[in-house]
Design a binder for this molecule. Structure first.
Ligand code: ASP
Length: 417
């Protein structure tokens, strides 16, 4: 809790410092940012990113080996994916409804003339899904291709479970390597308050406040939709599906939410969110290590919310009326787009082009929101990582009986000397 408090203080101080520098000394800010704030943030992000690949690998291998039975693993996978898809579809629906009621694109004047947006090549969702089998696992590790790493690790874990005593020492090595990674996460987290300060001060200091004024209502709709989704959908899922207290969840998971907020990257937040799920939220390692990396890659409710609001907003700005069928298409495509979105800053905006294309809206509309997207990215990433943790808690509740078995398996591992 002490760490959470320190991060919160750093968050507030960073925001205030960034704001003050933005308003009163924009010139000095550039140097302060370059030589102090950005390096501070970069050190922190690099430190946690350094742990993502090894942590995900070791913990999935260990988790899979503990679950042992591929059928059970399949059940956990199916439950998680069903949860991910359902919550993402609800998220976009909330976004579309709120944007249609509040109509942010009809208030104020938006100059659409001369707007240009260079769409980047969005990875095809089918490629993301088909590319899950790594033809070269080493390349998957080098590129930090999360889905491929998950796939490979699950296979190794299954092999360890099947080979049992014959590979006892390999399993022990994996268990100890996993311990080492988790220890390093706690070590790196000690730097979190400083990193958070640097990241937030830098992001706020760089922000163009005129852009925020013009886009205020759009931002409010996205933020309200994120809050509604968090409170109703995650709160409801925690209370009724996971049988846990939502307030306690927020307290325990808060450090991960702030790290997501300051780094805008679900991928970089993974080591912290996994550690908290395992140590504070009571999710067995075997479930957390499987559900959370998968969720960080494919489950992005916050991103889907931004895409839903942005699509309706752009339609309103361009005076296009979306029919119910088109809105249904938006829901489906945004679910796919959020699956294909990489867990890094700003990725959601690139995938928005795919949603706009699907209902023939001008992609240039993205140029309207790009200026203020950084701030929304912070908020939606916090929602993205929370969704994965809530899913892990839901799955562990439904696996209660087996969960004891997994925990037993975890305990019965040969202990480190
Ligand atoms: N930054 C988001 C994440 O990492 C993705 C996005 O919406 O841009 O979860």
């Amino acid at each position: 809790m002490k760490l959470a408090k320190h991060i919160l203080i750093a968050l507030i101080l960073g925001a205030v410092a960034g704001l003050v520098m933005n308003l009163s000394m924009p010139n000095a800010f550039t140097s302060i940012d370059k030589y102090f704030l950005t390096p501070l943030g970069t050190i922190f992000i690099s430190l946690i990113k350094m742990l993502v690949v090894p942590l995900v690998f070791f913990s999935i291998v260990l988790g899979t080996a503990n679950i042992g039975d591929p059928k059970k693993l399949g059940k956990i996978g199916v439950k998680s994916i069903a949860f991910f898809l359902a919550t993402t579809a609800i998220a976009i629906t909330i976004a579309i409804i709120l944007a249609s009621i509040i109509k942010p694109g009809t208030v104020g004047t938006f100059n659409t003339e001369g707007l240009s947006y260079e769409s980047q090549e969005a990875p095809a969702v089918t490629d993301t899904l088909l590319g899950i089998i790594p033809t070269n696992p080493v390349a998957a590790f080098v590129e930090a291709n999360m889905l491929q790493i998950i796939f490979f690790s699950v296979f190794i874990g299954i092999a360890l479970a099947f080979l049992g005593d014959r590979v006892k020492s390999a399993l022990k090595v994996v268990d100890e390597a996993n311990e080492i990674m988790l220890y390093l996460v706690s070590l790196v987290m000690k730097f979190a308050p400083y990193g958070t300060f640097g990241l937030i001060a830098s992001a706020i200091g760089k922000q163009g406040f005129d852009a925020i004024k013009a886009m205020g209502l759009y931002m409010i709709v996205v933020l309200v939709a994120l809050i509604v989704h968090f409170v109703l959908v995650y709160g409801g899922a925690l209370k009724f599906l996971a049988k846990k207290n939502p307030i306690q969840f927020v307290k325990d998971f808060f450090p991960a939410m702030t790290v997501a907020f300051s780094t805008s990257s679900s991928g970089a937040t993974l080591p912290i969110s996994m550690k908290l799920a395992q140590t504070k939220l009571g999710v067995p390692k075997s479930i957390s290590s499987f559900v959370q990396p998968l969720g960080a890659t494919v489950n992005m409710d916050g991103t889907a919310i931004m895409q839903g609001v942005a699509t309706v907003f752009i339609a309103q700005v361009y005076g296009v009326n979306l029919t119910i069928t088109e809105l249904a298409i938006v829901v489906i495509i945004a679910v796919l787009a959020s699956i294909g979105t990489a867990a890094v800053p700003g990725a959601g905006l690139i995938m928005l082009a795919m949603v706009l294309n699907a209902v023939s809206l001008p992609v240039e509309g993205i140029a309207l929101i790009i200026g203020i997207d950084r701030i929304l990215d912070m908020a939606r990433t916090a929602v993205n990582v929370s969704g994965d943790a809530v899913c892990a808690m839901y799955v562990s509740q439904t696996e209660k009986g087996s969960e004891e078995q997994y925990t037993e398996n975890e305990k019965s591992l040969p202990q480190a000397q």
